[in-house]
Design a protein around this ligand. Structure first.
Ligand code: FE
Length: 139
């Protein structure tokens, strides 16, 4: 939604363009989709957290990531309250769009063909995420 005041963090397109790479801007602010298999995060297996590349909010924990075979980083559950969804009827499909609850940045879509325990597949653009490895224990 672009209704003013809907999200805690709202910025003009010009401000977002200054803060994001052109590729991130296309995904987060223009509902773009990165090429399948293009994200280094497809291969990320470490423990840690995935934050919104737009505003930094923690969106997913690494323990909920799994290999879906789709070519996009996939998770079976978001952090509670971190994402919101809405129906997306673009491209002649009916899909459920997923965006950050803090900045409204577009993240990807959610499908109901995921693994247990939720049965959901949060199919995310790696460009919309920033991985933060868990600090080594003892630090
Ligand atoms: Fe965000």
């Amino acid at each position: 939604m672009s209704e003013a005041g809907k999200f805690p963090v709202e910025k003009s397109d010009d401000d977002w363009r200054r803060e994001l790479t052109p590729e991130q801007f296309e995904v987060l602010r223009k509902h773009g989709t990165e090429r399948a298999g293009s994200s280094p995060l497809n291969y990320e297996k470490r423990d840690g957290t995935y934050r919104c590349a737009g505003c930094g909010q923690v969106l997913f924990e690494a323990r909920t990531k799994y290999e879906s075979g789709s070519g996009w980083p996939s998770f079976w559950e978001p952090v509670a309250g971190a994402v919101e969804t809405r129906v997306d009827r673009s491209l002649f499909m009916r899909r459920i769009e997923v965006h950050c609850s803090r900045c409204g940045g577009h993240l990807g879509h959610v499908f109901d063909d995921g693994p247990r325990p939720t049965g959901q597949r949060y199919c995310m653009n790696g460009l919309a995420l920033q991985f933060e490895p868990k600090a080594p224990s003892g630090s």
